[in-house]
Design a protein around this ligand. Structure first.
Ligand code: ZN
Length: 332
């Protein structure tokens, strides 16, 4: 089944930051087709949103942090998609909590070659996943070391199933976490998806640049975690089109991972806002988008766990929700 993802259209313009920590952009990219409620809250960050004054920013520049960020190519003025608000179907919240499913024991023994095939855009669980009250929590980027470390510690301590989509350009943060994550990956509790190496806006790139972004990140993932990310890739900013999808599929990335729920935390949010988004979107069958970019979420882990438990939800990896496999790099 081919699920339609959002089509991004440029319009509007960027405006100065307002509302304190939250910076709103006049509709810069919109999603007129696929996901319900395309009236997304386009939110971004800028230096003063992050509490970084000009002097501090220059200090970071001196430390080379900004060059790292530039290498990763996070473009706040294009980050509108991360906070898209979509409404899952109303679900009961009264089911008693149950323990998460046991980790898979199907550890891969070798990295399979790319399996080419038709591309499909996936943004939500199928009815069977809804019936099983599964949620796929997917955490992207990871330019906040404290946040990535907190997520890894959470997975290790609680056994929660999570899919991480890190960019290899943040390898200085994610590679040291391999010791913690590799056993969880081998048990099937944690999965790694491909979010490209430098987090560039792929639809602006040439064909060879697009495949290079995926292949470079795949190589980093294989070397770091001993596993393939195929067939899952998430386009940075959710920006993809038929050309990017066909190119990705030609190297084994047949599953374009979108989402139908979001913490909205690619930017800095107030805790109350993030928690409200968690309450709004954490329902059976949701593919939840989150980021390891700001520590707000890691301070809310207990509250988010309570939402998951009180609703009887089972966090699962993409493999578990959609039947893909690390052993084959494709659907089983
Ligand atoms: Zn991203």
């Amino acid at each position: 089944m081919r699920l339609q993802g959002p089509r991004l259209i440029r319009r509007g313009r960027r405006v100065p930051c307002i509302m304190g920590e939250i910076c709103r952009i006049m509709p810069f990219y919109s999603m007129p087709t696929a996901l319900p409620n395309p009236g997304a809250h386009d939110i971004m960050t800028c230096p003063h949103c992050l509490g970084i004054d000009r002097r501090s920013l220059l200090g970071l520049l001196g430390l080379g942090v900004a060059s790292v960020l530039a290498g990763c190519d996070i473009k706040p003025d294009r980050a509108a998609t991360a906070a898209n608000h979509v409404h899952p179907s109303p679900q009961s919240t009264t089911t008693a909590p149950t323990p998460p499913p046991s980790p898979s024991t199907a550890a891969p023994t070798a990295i399979p070659p790319p399996a080419r095939g038709p591309s499909q855009v996936i943004s939500q669980g199928q009815p069977a996943a809804v019936a099983a009250r599964q949620v796929a929590i997917t955490i992207d980027d990871g330019y906040c070391a404290e946040c990535a470390k907190a997520y890894a510690a959470l997975a290790q301590a609680t056994g929660i199933h999570i899919t991480f989509n890190p960019n290899g350009c943040y390898g200085y943060i994610w590679t040291p976490l391999a010791k913690t994550l590799k056993p969880l990956i081998e048990s099937g509790q944690v999965q790694i998806g491909n979010h490209t190496f430098n987090h560039r806006w792929l639809t602006d790139l040439a064909d060879t640049q697009i495949t290079a972004q995926l292949e470079q990140n795949e190589e980093w993932i294989e070397q770091t975690y001993g596993i393939t990310a195929r067939p899952w890739w998430r386009p940075p900013y959710g920006a993809h089109d038929e050309r990017t999808d066909e190119l990705a599929a030609s190297i084994g990335y047949t599953n374009v991972l979108m989402w139908n729920g979001s913490y909205g935390d690619s930017t800095l949010l107030r805790p109350r806002v993030l928690l409200n988004l968690a309450r709004e979107y954490l329902h059976p069958g949701v593919v939840m988008l989150g980021h390891a970019n700001h520590p707000t979420v890691s301070h809310l882990f207990p509250q988010i766990a309570e939402i998951i438990a009180s609703r009887g939800l089972h966090p699962v990896t993409l493999d578990e929700m959609f039947g893909t496999s690390r052993s084959t790099g494709r659907s089983t």
